[in-house]
Design a protein around this ligand. Structure first.
Ligand code: SF4
Length: 468
């Protein structure tokens, strides 16, 4: 096949030994360029600019794409990569509750060099493309197949009427699993947009004629879209099917909205698809009192909502929010760090609840959609670190010595070793509501339960003092 033939067996062996999450990026990038993937890699670099560290510091980024595929009904997802990578990704997928099989096309240096792996992928895809069972088959190239130039763009667009979507999601080109969700979500939006532009498409489930909708971009706790729906209802708006989608026809429903809201700010390529469909995209989110007021105004602007309806929405939302905020004050110093992309929103809520938040680190980059949150946080005394390295998060936690550190697994471990109460952002914060009164209540509960543990940690530290 084109591309693959440019790498000889020795080059592929070098790739396999360079492959890994802890090094070898330059080797992989160089190989990808020689194998004809320069354009694809440049596009990834533009959408997902790198940070201070040169390899992902959290789970394999491809997990983001895999998760988006596995969570969709009637979609089959196939990985092509080294066995150890696929093992780790399958394991993580099960850990996070996937109930669907993960397809796997294995390779070795010989099948890579001869181009046989592409034939194997095509055969696997054709085998899965049963229109009675699936609407789409997704193929994800991991690090070595991407660097080797396995040309997924040469797969047919459809087979038996089933869409075929091939994406490259290498760890040396997509820095976080959050952004990898965007890679697949955007690829699907692109296909769905072309289908909608070409003619009539399937009606999304739950469509109510005459009701204008807002598309929400980002995976949220299930209650959050309901809370947002209640906020916008006085403006005559409803929530469109989610992005990433849960089934193929959701994509048409999302694209058919009046505007899109980048609730999670790292969906750069998806935002581009909404913009191409003529849908304005707004940033930030209805978090806390200030955030909700500003977000309602932004929605009203892009959706052309009459002033009386905006006033009704503000009156309905802001009074109760103020009351719940007053009843749930937090008196604690808290550092926030993570790789989910919602870190800035969480920090905003904590500050509005009374917490002192001197540091917010996120593995995600600065984008148009989180700039208002950055400005708000900086105006309230927080240092915001985009593309934060683990080392920066650790240094902030040590400097600040907070009452509670919210962060990634290694940060939580390091904090507890110092007797600082700490919780894992993904499992504790992302797994609870964030918006509306429910978000305030959930956050108050988390902080109260954890910050009171400081004295207990102190006793444990002194108990173990001197033990080697
Ligand atoms: S595919 Fe993922 S797990 Fe495998 S080397 Fe690349 S980043 Fe690491």
């Amino acid at each position: 096949m084109d591309g693959i033939a440019q790498l000889d067996e020795q080059a592929v062996r070098t790739l396999e030994s360079a492959s890994g999450c802890h090094g070898g990026r330059d080797t992989m990038l160089d190989a990808a360029a020689r194998a004809g993937k320069s354009e694809a890699m440049d596009a990834l670099m533009r959408d997902y600019p790198r940070g201070p560290h040169d390899q992902p510091q959290s789970m394999c980024p491809a997990f983001g794409s895999l998760r988006v595929g596995l969570r969709m009904r009637r979609v089959a997802t196939v990985l092509c990569g080294s066995a150890c990578c696929v093992y780790g990704l399958s394991f993580t997928a099960r850990f996070y509750g996937a109930r669907r099989s993960v397809g796997y096309v294995p390779f070795n240096s010989e099948t890579l060099v001869r181009g046989q792996v592409f034939e194997d992928i095509r055969e696997a895809v054709f085998g899965l493309a049963d229109p009675d069972a699936v609407d789409a088959v997704v193929v994800i190239n991991l690090c070595v197949p991407t660097a080797s130039g396995v040309p997924l763009d040469l797969l047919p667009r459809t087979h038996n009427g089933v869409r075929i979507i091939g994406i490259d999601v290498p760890g040396f080109g997509v820095p976080t699993h959050a952004e990898a969700k965007d890679v697949l979500a955007a690829a699907m939006l692109r296909v769905a947009r072309a289908e909608a532009e070409a003619g009539p498409v399937q009606r999304p489930a739950g469509t109510v004629d005459g009701v204008r909708t807002l598309a929400l971009i980002g995976e949220m706790f299930p209650v959050d879209p309901i809370s947002i729906g209640a906020l916008i209802e006085p403006m005559g708006l409803a929530v469109a099917p989610p992005t990433p989608a849960r089934e193929w026809r959701d994509l048409y429903g999302a694209l058919d909205s009046v505007a899109a809201c980048a609730i999670h700010p790292f969906y750069v390529a998806s935002a581009r698809e909404f913009a191409a469909a003529g849908r304005p995209v707004i940033g930030s989110a209805p978090v806390g009192l200030d955030g909700t007021a500003a977000w309602l105004d932004a929605v009203a602007r892009v959706a052309g909502v009459p002033a009386a309806q905006v006033d009704a929405a503000r009156a309905q939302a802001l009074g109760p929010l103020r009351a719940v905020l007053d009843a749930n004050r937090i008196d604690a110093r808290i550092t926030v760090s993570g790789y989910e992309g919602s870190e800035l929103l969480v920090a905003r809520l904590l500050i509005e609840m009374g917490a002192d938040v001197p540091y917010v680190g996120t593995a995600c980059p600065r984008t148009d959609w989180n700039d208002a949150d950055r400005a708000w946080l900086e105006a309230h005394g927080a240092h915001v670190q985009f593309r934060a390295a683990l080392e920066q998060d650790l240094a902030a936690m040590r400097d600040v010595a907070p009452d509670l550190a919210i962060g990634t697994t290694p940060l939580v471990q390091a904090a507890k070793e110092r007797g600082i109460p700490a919780i894992y952002f993904t499992n504790m914060v992302s797994a609870r509501p964030l918006f509306g009164p429910a978000g305030i209540g959930a956050m108050a509960q988390i902080v109260r339960a954890q910050a009171s543990g400081r004295e207990r940690f102190g006793r444990m530290l002194s108990f173990f003092e001197g033990a080697a």
